[in-house]
Design a protein around this ligand. Structure first.
Ligand SMILES: [Zn+2]
Length: 157
């Protein structure tokens, strides 16, 4: 985690230490990084981006829904269908904006996205998002590419 934060704030760190020029610092960083195993850069828990948006009259406008879908590596339509059903609200994508037909606090939307991720994205065993949904007969399963675990997807869409 410390390493991760470090990468996000190279400029601040440079200002604080004053020892390296930004270029030298970037070089040092990439050299140090190339020596570290990949796992150092993996977060302990997969983080779903928080929804960004605002209330507009009686509607809720979410501006980063498409990028959340990208992060979850699932089709936008699939997540949208789930979210609308769970929130029991109409909603439509307008370009990259998700417009929900009622006023909904972002915490509620974030909760539903977490539910979606638990059900359709994150491995129940190792917590990693490197999964795909496979269909066998009438059942759908979430299969993890990282650890090989497989669990049945119970939610119906
Ligand atoms: Zn796994």
């Amino acid at each position: 985690m410390g390493v991760h934060l470090l990468f996000k704030t190279p400029v601040k760190l440079y200002k604080r230490t004053g020892d390296f020029s930004p270029v030298e610092y970037a070089e040092l960083l990439s050299r140090a990084r190339s020596r570290l195993p990949e796992s150092v850069f993996e977060k302990e828990r997969f983080e779903i981006p928080k929804t960004l948006g605002h209330i507009e009259g009686n509607k809720t406008v979410i501006s980063n829904f498409v990028s959340i879908a990208d992060t979850l590596r699932r089709p936008v339509d699939h997540i949208l269908k789930y979210i609308l059903k769970e929130l029991a609200t109409p909603g439509v994508l307008r370009g990259s904006l998700l417009v929900l037909g009622t006023k909904i606090p972002s915490t509620r939307i974030n909760d539903k996205l977490r539910q979606y991720a638990d059900e359709f994205v994150l491995c129940a065993e190792c917590g990693k998002p490197d999964t795909n949904i496979i269909h066998e007969g009438d059942f759908a399963f979430l299969r993890c590419q990282a650890c090989g675990a497989k669990k049945q997807v119970k939610a119906k869409l």
